[in-house]
Design a protein around this ligand. Sequence first.
Ligand SMILES: Cc1cc2nc3c(=O)[nH]c(=O)nc-3n(C[C@H](O)[C@H](O)[C@H](O)COP(=O)(O)OP(=O)(O)OC[C@H]3O[C@@H](n4cnc5c(N)ncnc54)[C@H](O)[C@@H]3O)c2cc1C
Length: 378
Amino acid sequence: MKEKEIVDVTIIGAGVIGLAVASKVAGKKRKVYVLEKNDTFGQETSSRNSQVIHAGLYYPPASLKAKTCVEGNRMLYAIGEKNNGVAFNKLTKIVIATSEWEVGKLEALRKNGIDNGVMGLLLLSRQETKRLEPNVEARAALFVPSTGVIDGHGLMKFFLQKAKDKGAQVVYRSKVTDIAKTNTGYVVETQEGKEKFDFLTRVLINCAGLGADKVAAMAGIDITRAGYRLHYCKGEYFSVSGGKRKLVKRLVYPVPLPELAGVGIHVTLDLDGRMRLGPGVEYVKEINYKVDEKKKPFFYASVKKFLPDLTLEDLEPEMAGIRPKLQGPGEKQKDFIIRHEIDKGLPGLINLIGIESPGLTASPAIAKIVGNMVNEVL
Ligand SMILES: Cc1cc2nc3c(=O)[nH]c(=O)nc-3n(C[C@H](O)[C@H](O)[C@H](O)COP(=O)(O)OP(=O)(O)OC[C@H]3O[C@@H](n4cnc5c(N)ncnc54)[C@H](O)[C@@H]3O)c2cc1C
């Protein structure tokens, strides 16, 4: 019988997380594979988001989301400053309050941000907010200087190139269909077209995004008991056309509602200054990226209260992304899962599950954590 090929590290998924991880763990004479079911990298959630470099305001202190977001924020700006291919703009953001109740919430948000290590947060009066954003109606605002936007595709290309330079091999059109534990690692079965292949890997890293719970199940984990089952939560965007895109100079967010599955329909700008509203929050059963035009009045009403010059006709359906959420409808916020599964009797298996927002921001910091886990095994 033919001997199976042996690989040191296999990463499932070539989104921003899998690529960041590959760029970190490759090298040291390791044989590293990245397996991706699509034709190329970044075809799923990593290309369907707001591309915001988040500051780290919203997450509970000491959570993985808070720690990796705040650290990732600094790391992304450092990457952007050193690499021309990764464009970014530190646009800054304001979180605005439109009622007295929300004014109180701004102070709580500021305190949470400070506890998380977010620098430079400033509470602004109505007049100060008007000076920054003359077209925005607000009673008060929280100014967040470290928020920006980044070219997510450029970032993925940067991680991909770094991984390849360090010797990693990225295999497209290669879907992982089965995983079997052995004494020395994991036999990974992949399907490429009609053909099946398998090989042995000493370390297996699950960065499969929306498919991460299914991959964990393939490795023998009871995902319901472990709390790994994902809920799909769709976020649609509407773009704002013409001159209206100049209504704001920075990102404008509402105060988030308690346990909101997103951070509220907000106004973002991309690197070319295009304005969009979103993302919405809708739990769905299937992956479908169509934008429902009928939701236009809802998006308009959400933003109109603080951006009164906008009209319904300014909005066009744009795109949608799907959050891989551990938090089900009506449940409390849940943290990222980044776990070496040694205590489940699965040494060498590292699961990354529920990597929703702020995953893009957190990507280099998440890669650092995973890199340390791999160093403990190899
Ligand atoms: C609407 C929305 C807005 C967001 N906005 C922001 C934001 O502004 N800022 C921010 O920081 N974050 C944001 N996020 C979060 C961010 O986009 C994600 O955290 C990040 O992109 C997750 O990357 P990933 O690599 O884990 O997932 P993905 O990009 O989905 O990559 C996973 C990859 O795994 C592959 N895969 C799955 N199963 C298999 C298999 N069996 N075999 C082989 N390959 C497989 C998939 O094809 C895919 O390419 C947003 C997310 C959404 C949905």
